[in-house]
Design a protein around this ligand. Structure first.
Ligand code: GLA
Length: 374
């Protein structure tokens, strides 16, 4: 198994789109180390779409753009590896990528070979222009087999946006993570709608093949390709907490060469990251069924419980839960000691309840330790 917990890294798409080149990738790798992101566990530097020449070479191999990557892709991979990081690339199950560059349909094995020779450690595999004859599960099985036989450990990041009932077949393809949503953009509406679409599919999420809710927009502040309106730091904190708690891979999408202090605090909250990276990788679940104000829990490997309160609505709201809802009935003689992971505030359960009045778009995320009730 290449990676047992949700992959962490940075991807070029959200901010840079087609405006990528070897300088940007190298500088982003530098920033991943110098900013402290690497020490927090972020490891993959991923080049998304638009990296290739428009034509394959005479041996039918993909070729890196000579203007964007004059030193070739192997040199970029070597640089990233030299920083102690891993290197990711992008292709597509159709004959063209979503942006119209050559892609891997009917070239799966030769492309996997090329990626292996370049030193690629992760392949994001998109679904644009896919065949209407060959079903999606076969297209992803082809690349899954090609990667499994290319002689290098390459993490398979499937990106079919949940289409064609992806959840039913994706684990059979060997994908280590799979895009379970459409594309994100840098707005609260997008964050909210992706989050709501994911709560019902948590049964498919878990160790070895995580539901990927798309790259983060934390810290974009309306800059870059998918930067629309931008969000407040509170909204970015809620976005990050949600993605982390429900085991999504955390692929940063902002310009990591220029992060604000608040952006760094969000992306590098080690307590929240520890919940995302919990070794047990258990299925997150909802307490209750209020989709506008979800309360989500996840049982952790050491017996603690992670619990998040999310006010996705536009008004102040009173939210509460009881230990009973997590399986701790009064008869167990147990209660919870809670630490809120953005403020480090400690809380106890009062009269059987944890309760808060929550501001719009705000969240609280706890690590709860089980202890004897008084
Ligand atoms: C699709 C994917 C995005 C991005 C673009 C690139 O839309 O879902 O994440 O990779 O293609 O063209």
């Amino acid at each position: 198994m290449i990676k047992l917990t949700p992959p962490l890294g940075w991807n070029s798409w959200n901010t840079f789109g087609a405006n990528i080149d070897e300088e940007l990738i190298k500088k982003s790798a530098d920033a991943m180390v110098e900013s402290g992101l690497k020490d927090c566990g972020y490891e993959y530097v991923v080049i998304d779409d638009c990296w290739a020449e428009m034509k394959r070479d005479e041996n039918h191999r993909l070729v890196a753009s000579k203007t964007k990557f004059p030193g070739g892709m192997k040199a970029v991979a070597d640089y990233v590896h030299g920083k102690g990081l891993k290197f990711g690339m992008y292709s597509c199950a159709g004959p063209l990528t979503c942006a119209g560059y050559p892609a891997s349909y009917e070239h799966e094995f030769i492309d996997a070979q090329t990626f292996a020779e370049w030193g690629v450690d992760l392949l994001k595999y998109d679904y644009c222009y896919h065949s209407s004859i060959v079903p999606g599960h076969i297209l992803y099985k082809r690349m899954g087999l090609a990667l499994a036989n290319c002689g290098r450990d390459i993490l398979f990041s499937a990106c079919s946006w949940g289409a064609d009932d992806t959840k039913e077949w994706i684990k059979s393809t060997g994908a280590h993570m799979w895009r379970s949503t459409g594309d994100i953009n840098d707005s609260w509406e997008s964050i909210k709608s992706l989050a709501l679409s994911q709560l019902p599919v948590q049964a498919y999420n878990g160790l070895g093949s995580f539901n990927d809710m798309d790259m983060l927009v934390v810290g974009m502040h309306a800059k870059g390709l998918v930067g629309l309106k931008g969000c407040s730091d509170t909204e970015y904190r809620t976005h990050f907490s949600l993605w982390a708690l429900v085991n999504s891979p955390l692929m940063i999408g902002c310009d990591i060469r220029e992060m604000s202090e608040e952006t760094k605090k969000i992306l590098m909250n080690k307590d929240v990251l520890a919940i995302n990276q919990d070794a047990a990788g258990r299925q997150p679940y909802m307490l209750g069924s209020d989709m506008e104000r979800p309360i989500i829990a996840k049982h952790l490997e050491n017996g603690d419980i992670a619990i998040g309160l999310f006010n996705l609505g536009d008004n102040d709201v009173y939210m509460h839960f009881s230990p009973e809802m997590l399986g701790l009935s009064i008869s167990t003689g147990k209660t919870l000691k809670l630490t809120e992971l953005w403020t480090q505030e400690s809380e106890t359960i009062v009269n059987g309840l944890c309760f808060h009045t929550m501001k719009p778009h705000d969240c609280r995320i706890y690590r709860a330790v089980i202890e004897d009730a008084e």
